[in-house]
Design a protein around this ligand. Sequence first.
Ligand SMILES: C[S@@+](CC[C@H](N)C(=O)[O-])C[C@H]1O[C@@H](n2cnc3c(N)ncnc32)[C@H](O)[C@@H]1O
Length: 286
Amino acid sequence: MGIAISKFSRAKKAGFDTTSQYLYTITGTPNTYDREQENVALRHSIVREIWGSNFLSPISCELKNGGLKVLDVGCGFGIWLFEMSSEFPNCSYTGIDMSPKLFAANIPKNVKLVSADINDGLPFPDDSFDFIFIRNVGFDLLETQWVSLINECSRALKPGGYLEVTEAELRSMNCGPNLIKLSKKFHEYVASTKVNTLIVEKIEVIMRSTNKFQDIDHHTRPFLQGCWGGPLKDAYKSYSTDIFRFVLKFTDINEKDYDNTINILMDEATVHKTYFNLHKFVSKKI
Ligand SMILES: C[S@@+](CC[C@H](N)C(=O)[O-])C[C@H]1O[C@@H](n2cnc3c(N)ncnc32)[C@H](O)[C@@H]1O
């Protein structure tokens, strides 16, 4: 267990340190990962670099000391959990996700993966966890489901435990004319799903409404699109390629013209300095 980042070819090409302790594969077999998983791994690496850490909750010492119980809600294939379980091996980790097909055959000894729908509640007793982490489930949940989830987290957290939510705002800033035009159909589709693409504007309010949290900190950072801005620009370029390809699926553009169109969008985003905001909410249960 614990094959380093070099197994993720896109993350490596994007310039991440291949000797880093981070980014552990699940089985150690490079071919295990399809493009989607590599994309998730790349996004994970970028997001970790943006925040400078896998978490902002003030619990580093406690994690190092061991004995904490950590839950990752909507853990996907578990990349955050596996890194945390390696960095702080004396804690125990649980991941919950509705897609068990994502789960690896080989998982670290201190990690348990549970297959369940979080909209049915969290299948854990009250006061079970010291730290609950939620990232990038925003566009899979309706606003009412967010309210239920945060209430469930406040129930499953121990008093004094931390809830940390990291979500993106589905609203690009400084868009050029081509991106505005091409993403129109995509935004029409998203509107039809009734998902609140700006749920980040509500999360703090939802947390407060439980009356179970204190010290709610809200942080914002830009996630760049195109290829501009500092040491992560190659990583952003690689990730933007996939975002643009995804948006193109909602247009009438012929697939054979995708690469050309992506180049146009990339240049435009680079010139306009396009980005969207990432938000992080860190709160302590009373
Ligand atoms: C975009 S992925 C994010 C994965 C991971 N948290 C990360 O940051 O890389 C969203 C995950 O949430 C899971 N998910 C969405 N709705 C869910 C639900 N109702 N119950 C459990 N898992 C859910 C999906 O299966 C998917 O793995």
